[in-house]
Design a protein. Structure first.
Lengths: 55, 799
C-alpha cells in the first residue's frame, strides 16, 4: 500500500468511528498512522514511514 | 427461539419462567411477575451488564435472584444453558456494579461447556425500553460505543500500537544512551583542559629555563670565586703527588719482579711436592702388591705339598702316577657290571661246547701263525677267572674316597703348574718396588720448604705498596678534577662571560643572584604544581569524552548493522558513518534524535488521544444525563462525533416525520443538550428532554432499531434477541400495527433477529373471549387460560 492512498479507500473494519474522528481531528497524518497500525502493517514499516515523514 | 427460566433454589424475586416462541411475539402479563427481570437476566447471560448505572438494583438482584437454570434454544441451532447462583456475583463497589465475568455462570452449548466469550460472539440480547426518552437513547448509544471502544482499545493499545512503541523503544533507548548536549560540553571542556595543560607546560618550561640559567650563573660565579681562592695551592699539591707516585711505582716494579721470581719457584716446588706424594703412594702400593703375591706363593707351595720350587718336578711325577692309578681303579669299578654280563653270556655256549666234547678244540687264535691259541676249555677257564676278579658291590665310601683323592691330586698338579708363573710375578713386583723407593728417596732429598714463606712475605709487601699507589692516584685524580673544575685562565674568562650574559638576559644583578635563584626555584615548583593539576584535569576530561565517544561509536555501529534497526537504515535518513569524525557523528545523531522525536511525538499523541477518548466517552454520557463530567483534551471532538451520530438518526425520513415533520435542516447540540432546526425560515430549538410523546417513542424505537444495524453483523453464527419493553404506556394502540409492520419487515430481512414485545396487562381476555366472534374466541380463551395459569401469556405479535 502506498503512502499516497487516500483515507476513503481504506477499510476500517475494526477501528471504532470515534477513534478515527479523534485521530483525524489531530490531522490526516495521525489518522493515517492509526489506520496503518490498525490494518496490521508491521511495526518496522510504520516506523520507517514515520521516520521518512519526519525527515 | 424458546426460552426457559427455572428457579433451582433460594431467591425471592419473581421472574417469568418461559417464552415459547420468541421469533416475533407479544408477552403480556400482570405487573410485578418478573417480565423485565427476565430480560435483564438474559442480558446478563449474553454478557451485557444492564445494571451498570444502577448499583442499588444490582445489589437487590444479587441477593434476591437466587440459583437459576436458564436455557435458550435456537430453532435449527444450538441450545444454550446457563446455571448460576446470583449470590456469588458480588455486590456493587463504590456505586459501580461489576462487569459480567466468566465466573458468574456455568455455560453449556448443546451440553458441552463453553466460555462467556463464545456466548458473546454468538448471541446478543437487546432491551429497548419504551420509557427511554431521547436523552436516554443517546446516552445508551454513547455507553454502547464506550463498551465497544473499551474492548477495541484494550486489544489495539496493548497489541499493534504497543508493538510499534516497543520497536520505537529500540531506537529511543539507543539514542538515549548518550547525552549529545553533554558530549558537546565534554568536548569543549576537554579542549579547554588541553589548552590549560599546554599553557601550564609552557609556563613550567619557561620557569625551568630561568631557574636553570640562574642556577648556572650562580654555579659559574661560585667557581670563579673558588678559583680565586684555591687555584695556586692546588697546582702545587698535584705536582707533589706526581713525584710521590713515581717513587711508589718504582718500588712496586721491584717488588713485582721478586714476586714473579718466587712465584716461579713456588710453581716448581708445588710440582715436586706433588711428585713426592705420588712416589709415596706408588711405593706403598708396590709394597702391598709384593706382600700379597708372596702370600699367594706360600699358599701354592703348601697346596702342592712341597717346600720349594726345586722339589716341584719330582713331586709332579709322583702325583701324576698316583692320579693314573686312581683313575684306572675308578674305571674298573665303573665297567665291572657290563663286563660280567658279557662274560656270563660267553660262558654259556662254551660250557655247552665242552659238554659235547669240544673242550680241546681251539676257540681263540692268539698269534699270526694260526697255530697258537686257546681251546674251548682254556677260554672257559679264563672267563671264569676273570669273572672271579670282578667286584660287583663296591661300597659308596670307597668310591667317595677315590673321588676325594682324585680331587686332591688334581689341585696339587694345578698348583705345581702355576708356581713358576707366580714366582716370576713376585720378582717383577719386587723390581717395581725398588724403583718406587728410589724415586721417593730422590724427591725427598730435593724438597725446600722456605720458598713459600718468602713468597708470602713478598706478596704482602707488594699488596701494601699497591694500596698506597691507589690512594695516591685517587688523591691526584681528585685534585686534577678540582683543578679542572677551577679551570685555567681562559676557562675562567669564558665562565665570567657566560655568567654575565645569563645575568643580563634574566635581568638579575650579581648581588641579588642567590635570592633570584631561590625565587626562580619556587616559581618552578609552583609551575610544576600547576602543571600537575592541569594534567589531572586533562586526564579526567579526556576520560569523560572518551566514554562519550565509545557510546557514539557503539550507537553508530548499531545503526549500521543491528537487524532490529533495519527500518531506520531503510528510512533514508542520514546516519553516522563508521570511521567518521566523532563530532560529525554526534551532529548526525543529534539530527536523527530530532527526527525521531517527531516520530515519538506522533506515537505519544496517538496513544494519548485514544486513551483519553475512552474516558471522554464516559464523560459525554454523564454530561448527557446531566451529571458532572471531566472534560479532557478530546471532549469537544467526541461530543461533536456523538452529535453527528444523533443527527444521522434524524436523517431517517420516518424518524424525521415523527419527531420534526416541518424541519428543513437540523443540528444536534449535545453541549447545550438541544436540537435546532430551520422551519419556515425561522431557526427553532427544542431541549432533548422534550422528545417523549407516544409518537416520538415510536420514532425513537425505529431509530434505535436502525442503530442496531451499526453493530456487529448478524449471521448463521450470531443471533440477536430484541425485547421492546414497557411500550404499553407510550405506544398508542393505533401505532401497534405500524410497530408490528416494522418488526415483521426486520424479522423477514434478518432471519437471525427475534423480537419480544412486552406489555402490561391491559384487557380482560376472558371477557373478550366470551364477547368475541367465534374466530377470535379460541385465541382469547387460550390467552385467558395462560393468564390464569401463570399470570402472563405469549402469543404472536400483535394480538
Amino acid at each position: 500500500m502506498s503512502d499516497e492512498t487516500s483515507l476513503s479507500e481504506r477499510e476500517t473494519p475494526s477501528v471504532p468511528e470515534v477513534a478515527l474522528v479523534v485521530s483525524r481531528a489531530e490531522g490526516d497524518r495521525e489518522e493515517l498512522l492509526l489506520l496503518r497500525i490498525a490494518e496490521g502493517e508491521s511495526a518496522e514499516r510504520v516506523l520507517r514511514w514515520l521516520l521518512e515523514d519526519a525527515n | 427461539m424458546r426460552i426457559e427460566i427455572r428457579k433451582v433454589s433460594g431467591g425471592y424475586l419473581p421472574i417469568i419462567g418461559e417464552i415459547e416462541d420468541a421469533r416475533l411475539c407479544q408477552l403480556e402479563g400482570y405487573n410485578g411477575i418478573g417480565k423485565t427481570l427476565a430480560i435483564r437476566v438474559l442480558q446478563l447471560c449474553a454478557g451485557d451488564q444492564p445494571y451498570r448505572d444502577q448499583p442499588a438494583a444490582w445489589d437487590t438482584l444479587v441477593t434476591g435472584l437466587g440459583s437459576l437454570d436458564v436455557s435458550l434454544a435456537v430453532p435449527d441451532g444450538p441450545r444454550w444453558r446457563w446455571q448460576f447462583d446470583s449470590t456469588s456475583w458480588g455486590q456493587s463497589d463504590k456505586g459501580v456494579a461489576p462487569e459480567v465475568k466468566e465466573s458468574f455462570f456455568h455455560i453449556t452449548k448443546d451440553d458441552a461447556p463453553v466460555t462467556l466469550a463464545e456466548v458473546q460472539e454468538a448471541l446478543e440480547v437487546v432491551r429497548i425500553g419504551g420509557d427511554d426518552d431521547l436523552v436516554d437513547t443517546i446516552a445508551r448509544h454513547v455507553d454502547g460505543s464506550l463498551r465497544e471502544y473499551r474492548e477495541w482499545w484494550s486489544s489495539f493499545g496493548g497489541g499493534p500500537l504497543d508493538q510499534v512503541e516497543r520497536r520505537a523503544d529500540d531506537l529511543r533507548s539507543l539514542l538515549g544512551a548518550v547525552d549529545l548536549d553533554a558530549f558537546a560540553r565534554h568536548a569543549r571542556e576537554a579542549r579547554h583542559a588541553a589548552d590549560r595543560h599546554s599553557d601550564a607546560a609552557r609556563a613550567r618550561e619557561a620557569r625551568a629555563r630561568r631557574s636553570g640559567a640562574l642556577t648556572r650563573a650562580l654555579a659559574l660565579d661560585e667557581k670563579l670565586a673558588a678559583r680565586g681562592r684555591r687555584g695556586p695551592a692546588l697546582d702545587e699539591e698535584i705536582a707533589e703527588l706526581a713525584g710521590k707516585l713515581a717513587t711508589l711505582d718504582e718500588a712496586h716494579e721491584l717488588l713485582q719482579t721478586q714476586v714473579s721470581r718466587l712465584e716461579g719457584l713456588i710453581t716448581e716446588g708445588a710440582e715436586a711436592e706433588k711428585a713426592l706424594t705420588n712416589a709415596r703412594t706408588s711405593e706403598r702400593r708396590e709394597r702391598n702388591r709384593l706382600a700379597n703375591k708372596q702370600r699367594e706363593v706360600e699358599t701354592a707351595l703348601r697346596e702342592a705339598g712341597i717346600a720349594s720350587l726345586g722339589e716341584g718336578t719330582e713331586a709332579k711325577k709322583r702325583a701324576q702316577g698316583e692320579l693314573q692309578d686312581l683313575l684306572t681303579r675308578r674305571a674298573a669299578i665303573d665297567e665291572a657290571p657290563a663286563l660280567s654280563a658279557v662274560l656270563d653270556e660267553l660262558a654259556g655256549p662254551l660250557t655247552g661246547a665242552q659238554r659235547i666234547g669240544l673242550g680241546a678244540s681251539v676257540a681263540l687264535v692268539t698269534d699270526d701263525t694260526g697255530v697258537g691259541g686257546l681251546t674251548v676249555s682254556d677260554t672257559l677257564e679264563g672267563i671264569r677267572r676273570r669273572r672271579g676278579q670282578l667286584h660287583f658291590d663296591t661300597p659308596d665310601e670307597l668310591l667317595a674316597d677315590l673321588d676325594r683323592r682324585l680331587a686332591v691330586l688334581r689341585k696339587r698338579l694345578e698348583r705345581l703348574d702355576e708356581l713358576p708363573s707366580l714366582l716370576e710375578q713376585v720378582e717383577a713386583d719386587r723390581r717395581r718396588l725398588a724403583t718406587a723407593e728410589r724415586r721417593l728417596r730422590e724427591l725427598t732429598e730435593t724438597a725446600d720448604r722456605d720458598v713459600s714463606q718468602q713468597l708470602d712475605e713478598l706478596r704482602q709487601g707488594r699488596n701494601e705498596l699497591e694500596g698506597r699507589i691507589r690512594e695516591a692516584a685517587a688523591r691526584r685524580a681528585a685534585l686534577v678534577d678540582q683543578q679542572n673544575e677551577l679551570g685555567d685562565d681562559a676557562t675562567a674568562e669564558r665562565w665570567r662571560y657566560e655568567r654575565d650574559e645569563l645575568l643580563a638576559t634574566h635581568g638579575v644583578t650579581r648581588d641579588l643572584l642567590s635570592d633570584a635563584v631561590a625565587e626562580a626555584d619556587r616559581d618552578f615548583e609552583t609551575a610544576g604544581t600547576d602543571l600537575h593539576f592541569a594534567a589531572k584535569e586533562l586526564d579526567q576530561s579526556t576520560a569523560t569524552l572518551s566514554g562519550d565517544e565509545m557510546l557514539i561509536t557503539r550507537i553508530a555501529d548499531a545503526l549500521a548493522s543491528d537487524p532490529d534497526l533495519s527500518w531506520v537504515r531503510e528510512a533514508g535518513v542520514e546516519l553516522p558513518r563508521p570511521g567518521q569524525d566523532r563530532a560529525a557523528q554526534a551532529r548526525v545523531l543529534a539530527h536523527l534524535t530530532d527526527q525521531f522525536g517527531r516520530v515519538d511525538g506522533a506515537l505519544s499523541r496517538l496513544r494519548g488521544r485514544l486513551e483519553a477518548t475512552q474516558g471522554t466517552l464516559g464523560a459525554v454520557r454523564d454530561k448527557l444525563r446531566g451529571q458532572q463530567a471531566d472534560e479532557g483534551v478530546v471532549f469537544d471532538v467526541v461530543l461533536d462525533w456523538a452529535a453527528r451520530e444523533i443527527e444521522a438518526w434524524f436523517s431517517d425520513p420516518a424518524v424525521r416525520r415523527a419527531l420534526l415533520p416541518e424541519a428543513e435542516s437540523l443540528e444536534v447540540d449535545l453541549g447545550d443538550r438541544v436540537v435546532r432546526w430551520w422551519e419556515g425560515g425561522a431557526l427553532r430549538e427544542r431541549p432533548l428532554e422534550a422528545f417523549s410523546s407516544g409518537e416520538q417513542v415510536f420514532a425513537l424505537t425505529r431509530a434505535r432499531l436502525a442503530l442496531l444495524d451499526t453493530r456487529q453483523p448478524l449471521g448463521p453464527k450470531r443471533q440477536r434477541l430484541v425485547f421492546l419493553d414497557e411500550f404499553g404506556a407510550f405506544v398508542a394502540e393505533n401505532r401497534k400495527a405500524d410497530l408490528a409492520e416494522l418488526l415483521r419487515k426486520r424479522r423477514d430481512d434478518r432471519p437471525e433477529e427475534s423480537f419480544v414485545c412486552v406489555f402490561p396487562l391491559t384487557r380482560d381476555y376472558r371477557a373478550l373471549a366470551e364477547s368475541s366472534l367465534p374466530e377470535h374466541r379460541t385465541l382469547y380463551g387460550d390467552l385467558a387460560d395462560q393468564l390464569d395459569n401463570r399470570e402472563y401469556f405469549t402469543a404472536a405479535f400483535p394480538v
